[in-house]
Design a protein around this ligand. Structure first.
Ligand code: ASP
Ligand code: MG
Length: 406
């Protein structure tokens, strides 16, 4: 008998039939003799709806109250699921974040979990009761409600699993696992039976929407066995594993993509110390996240400086740089918000050279221009025009024969 934490996402609890189905699924695990702890998201679309309401009322709603508003969706879904479980004869009890409690810092809208008290949960489990916990929310030391950032209920689930030292954390969702690429872009994409934590972390932060990046970080840090699987299909799934050195790792495990990118170039800036900091200083002071940065080798004392930001920060970043351009006497400030980033991830790259060349050759053969490149030990990212993104994903997918079984 084991202790399993199951997280159900928005589509899994999207309507009453689905909630009944989830209750049945939890019931089945209990019948097999497992202890189950459930973490749920809001019904699909609900958090967006609440978010829009707040922002319709005023342009910049107060952060503390916005969290109270956004967290309301999870209160509905834990109640409905607990009602459905009890009606089936499965004892269940709903828990809001503060009732666990799940303690966080006070960064509204992007709070970090600091600790989880397990006493109340353990008591419920010992009484044969299924705790049904609201994901995405927590409570500060002062008793204020917080949320963890959109998609944060994955992180709630992994944190609860870590705190309870659960045998496994199941992320039950509307896809049956992690794929070599987004199947909506690449119909030949194949489900991975396993993927390493490191690879999953890269894939999640480079645009694969399956898991919230912070949940993967947590799982790696606390060694929580993590599985992504379908709520609706009783087979498949992907296990996120600790790297096993004895197993031959594939060169490339998966391809992630994101459209959420924009690039900004300031050209003809003086090639002197301090230029990067004068350009990026105001950007980071405005809490705008910078991803890739490229500075060309200077010529005639001048150089070009290019970097990427999230598309939502693009206009603001350009605005902030207008005075910098003037003060640096730069030749041009320009940008492009119709770019995309395609990333190739695999732990096998560590021990094999030549992956980058194969990526570049394959893209060149399709006449896809690479605008920027960044690499790490286990990933290669390229920026391309957004209109070439799908083709780039499919081209790389077939270059590394990711669709065929290995
Ligand atoms: N309901 C929250 C959201 O939509 C949290 C989650 O679904 O993980 O972002
Ligand atoms: Mg999600």
């Amino acid at each position: 008998m084991s202790l399993i934490v199951q997280k159900y996402g928005g589509t899994s609890v999207g309507d009453l039939d689905r909630i009944r189905h989830v209750a049945e699924r939890v019931h089945r695990y209990r019948d097999q003799g497992h202890d189950v702890v459930v973490v749920v998201s809001a019904m699909s679309g609900e958090t967006n709806r609440l978010d829009a309401l707040g922002k319709e009322l005023v342009k910049r709603p107060h952060a503390r109250e916005m969290d109270v508003l956004l967290a309301a969706g999870e209160q509905v879904s834990i109640a409905l699921l607990a009602i459905a479980l009890v009606a089936r004869g499965v004892p269940a009890r709903s828990f809001l974040g503060y009732q666990v409690p799940i303690r966080t810092d006070a960064a509204y809208g992007r709070a970090r979990i600091e600790s989880i008290e397990t006493e109340a949960l353990r008591e419920a489990i010992a009484d044969g009761v299924v705790p049904v916990i609201a994901g995405f929310q927590g409570v500060t030391a002062d008793g204020a409600l917080t949320t963890l950032g959109r998609g944060g209920s994955d992180t709630s689930a992994v944190a609860v699993a870590a705190a309870l030292e659960a045998d496994e954390c199941e992320i039950c969702t509307d896809v049956d696992g992690v794929y070599t690429a987004d199947p909506r872009l690449e119909p030949h994409a194949r489900r991975l039976d396993t993927v390493t934590f490191e690879e999953m972390l890269e894939l999640a932060s480079l645009g694969s929407k399956v898991l919230h990046p912070r949940s993967v970080e947590f799982a790696g840090k606390y060694q929580v066995p993590l599985r992504v699987l379908s709520t609706f299909v009783n087979e498949g799934g992907t296990l996120i594993t600790m790297e096993n050195e004895s197993v031959e790792q594939p060169l490339v495990s998966g391809i992630a993509h994101t459209r959420d990118e924009a690039k900004i170039t300031m050209s003809g800036v003086p090639d002197v110390p301090g230029v990067a900091s004068r350009i990026l200083g105001p950007i980071s002071a405005a809490a705008i996240e910078v991803d890739m940065i490229v500075q060309n080798t200077g010529a005639d004392g001048l150089t070009d400086f290019t970097f990427t930001v999230k598309r939502g920060d693009y206009e603001k970043a350009l605005e902030l740089l207008a005075p910098v351009k003037a003060s640096l006497n730069a030749r041009r400030l320009e940008g492009d918000a119709s770019i995309a980033k395609v990333s190739v991830v695999g732990v096998g790259m560590r021990s094999h050279a030549g992956v980058a060349t194969r990526v570049f050759d394959a893209l060149a053969a399709e006449n896809i221009n690479i605008q920027m490149i960044s690499t790490s030990e286990i990933k290669i990212s390229v920026v391309v025009a957004e209109r070439y993104m799908e083709l780039a994903v499919r081209t790389i997918h077939s270059e590394f024969k990711l669709g065929e079984s290995t």
